[in-house]
Design a protein around this ligand. Structure first.
Ligand code: PRP
Ligand code: HPA
Length: 171
């Protein structure tokens, strides 16, 4: 299935000079959305995933149904001030500004096998920060799944030590 048809380019969003790849048409199409979730889940089906961890907000949209497909648990990695229990936190650089991610301290047991999911890999700052949070709790990352990778921003170099899978790549 050609998912590119369901990805819309928005110039100068959220600020001038950024070409934003909008996945809402893909999410809104039942065939494209179900195909996306199933393809990513199928890729990782043999990886023995205990939990899927996904990143607020757009990562949740794909992460939760992928967890369901794999019969795995789901762990949210959130923007600051949203998680109610004790957290570990990490500040990092984003393509357009700074950001912080938080994770509940008891989200993983030592050695649990975690599949990391986000909608899109750009500079890799988000993915690297999320990886560090998960590993700081003693869990093992079995791979990263994305719907889209923006190749020219070289995010794969930041998380190069992990197995990476994506369905659509843009140069
Ligand atoms: C976007 C996207 C990724 C991240 C990728 O999220 O969903 O999480 O940026 O960028 P990076 O690879 O350069 O770090 P955003 O922070 O815009 O938040 P949202 O999902 O809440 O819209
Ligand atoms: N599209 C969607 N999300 C993003 C982008 C983009 O181009 N860059 C960083 N997050």
């Amino acid at each position: 299935m050609d998912l590119r048809k369901y990805i819309r380019d928005i110039p100068d969003f959220p600020q001038k000079g950024i070409l934003f790849r909008d996945l809402t048409p893909l999410m809104g199409d039942k065939d494209a959305f179900n195909y996306t979730v199933k393809e990513i889940a199928d890729h990782f089906r043999t990886f023995h995933v205990d939990k899927v961890a996904a990143i607020e907000a757009r990562g949740f949209i794909f992460g939760a149904p992928i967890a369901k497909e794999l019969g795995a648990g789901f762990v949210p990695i959130r923007k600051p001030g949203k998680l109610p229990y004790e957290v570990v936190r990490k500040e990092f650089q984003l393509e357009y500004g700074m950001s912080i991610l938080e994770l509940h301290k008891d989200a993983f047991k030592k050695g649990e096998r975690v599949l990391m999911i986000d909608d899109l890999l750009a500079t890799g700052g988000t993915a690297l920060a999320a990886s560090e949070l998960v590993e700081s709790l003693g869990a093992e990352i079995v791979g990263w799944g994305f719907v889209v990778i923006l190749k020219n921003l070289k995010g794969e170099e930041k998380i190069g030590k992990y197995h990476i899978f994506s369905l659509v790549n843009f140069d």
